[in-house]
Design a protein around this ligand. Structure first.
Ligand SMILES: Cc1ncc(C[n+]2csc(CCOP(=O)(O)OP(=O)(O)O)c2C)c(N)n1
Length: 277
C-alpha cells in the first residue's frame, strides 16, 4: 500500500495543480482559472489521499465515483488526474483544443474517466444521488462524491435532488466551492444564496463547513465523511477564487478568462515561489 502523503506533500501537489491550471488556460487562450485555483487544495487532498482509485485502470469497478457538477472548473480535475497518473502531464496543453480529450467542459464521450459530462449547471447532484442509490442497492462499497459550487445553487434542480437524497437516504458525499463568486459577479449581488450550510442542514443533510485552503481541515472533513453512510452529507468549503495568484484572488473577472503572456508568467512565478517557500 502506498505511503500516506504528509500535509506538506499534499500542499505541494496543490501548488503543482495550480501551476498546471495556469499553463493550461494560458495555452488555450480561454477557460476558467479562478475556480480551479480556489479548488486546488481540495482536489489535491481527494486525488492524493482520499479517493479509492487506480489511475492506470480508470474503469476499475471498485473506484470511488467523483462527479463534477460545476463542469467549467474542469482544469482542476484534469490537472489532478494527470499529476496522479491518469494520462501524461503534457497532454494538459491540449486543453480546450478541437479533438482533444480535455474539453472545456468534461465529456464522458471523450474522456470516460471523468464519470459525468457537465457544463450545464445544477445537474450533478441529481446524477450523484442516483449513482449513490444504485451503489447502495447493489451493496457496492465505493463512495459517490459530487463537486458543486455556490453559484449553481441558484438552479432549482439542486434542491429537488437535495430533498430526494434525504427521502431515499442516499449516501452521497457532496462538497461545495463556497467562494462567493459566480460568472456575473459576487453571488450576494447576483442572487444571494444565504448560508448554504444551513440550507442543506434544514433539508436534513449532515453538514459541515471548513476552510477550503487548510489541508488538515479538508482531510479530516473527508475522512470523517467516510464513517457515515446513513444519508447525504454536504461539506461546504470556504474558498477564495484565484487562490495562490495575488491579482486573481477574489476577483470575479478571473472566473472565466485567460491570462496574457505577461500575467501568466507573473502567476507562475508566484506559484513557484510558494512551492519553494
Ligand atoms: C444551466 C446553466 N446556466 C448558466 C450557465 C453559465 N455559467 C457558467 S459558470 C456560471 C457561474 C457558476 O457559478 P460558480 O460555479 O459559483 O462560479 P465560480 O465560483 O467558478 O466563479 C454560470 C452561470 C451554465 N453553465 N449552466
Amino acid at each position: 500500500m502506498a505511503k500516506k502523503l504528509s500535509d506538506a506533500e499534499i500542499q505541494k501537489k496543490a501548488n503543482e495543480i495550480r501551476r498546471e491550471v495556469i499553463r493550461m488556460v494560458h495555452a488555450a487562450g480561454c477557460g476558467h482559472p479562478g475556480g480551479p485555483l480556489g479548488l486546488a487544495d481540495i482536489y489535491a487532498v481527494l486525488f492524493f489521499d482520499i479517493l479509492k482509485h487506480k489511475p492506470k485502470q480508470p474503469d476499475w469497478d471498485g473506484r470511488d465515483r467523483l462527479l463534477i457538477s460545476n463542469g467549467h472548473v474542469s482544469a482542476v480535475r484534469y490537472a489532478a488526474m494527470a499529476l496522479s497518473g491518469y494520462f501524461p502531464v503534457e497532454e494538459l496543453l491540449q486543453f480546450r483544443q478541437l479533438g482533444s480529450r480535455l474539453q472545456g467542459h468534461p465529456s464522458t464521450r471523450y474522456l470516460p474517466a471523468v464519470e459525468n459530462s457537465s457544463g450545464s449547471l445544477g445537474q450533478g447532484l441529481s446524477n450523484a444521488v442516483g449513482l449513490a442509490l444504485g451503489a447502495k442497492q447493489q451493496k457496492k462499497n465505493y463512495r459517490v462524491y459530487v463537486a458543486m459550487s455556490d453559484g449553481e445553487c441558484g438552479e432549482g434542480m439542486t434542491w429537488e435532488a437535495a430533498q430526494a437524497a434525504v427521502h431515499h437516504r442516499a449516501p452521497v458525499i457532496a462538497f461545495l466551492d463556497n467562494n462567493g463568486i459566480q460568472i456575473d459577479g459576487y453571488t450576494k449581488d447576483v442572487l444571494d444564496l444565504g448560508d448554504l450550510e444551513k440550507k442543506f442542514a434544514s433539508f436534513g443533510w449532515k453538514t459541515r463547513r471548513e476552510d477550503g485552503h487548510d489541508i488538515k481541515a479538508i482531510r479530516s472533513a473527508f475522512e470523517d465523511s467516510l464513517i457515515y453512510d446513513a444519508g447525504p452529507q454536504m461539506i461546504v468549503f470556504d474558498t477564495v477564487l484565484g487562490k495562490g495568484v495575488s491579482f486573481m484572488e477574489d476577483q470575479p473577472g478571473w472566473h472565466g478568462k485567460a491570462p496574457n503572456d505577461e500575467l501568466a508568467e507573473k502567476a507562475l512565478a508566484e506559484i513557484a515561489s510558494a512551492m519553494a517557500g
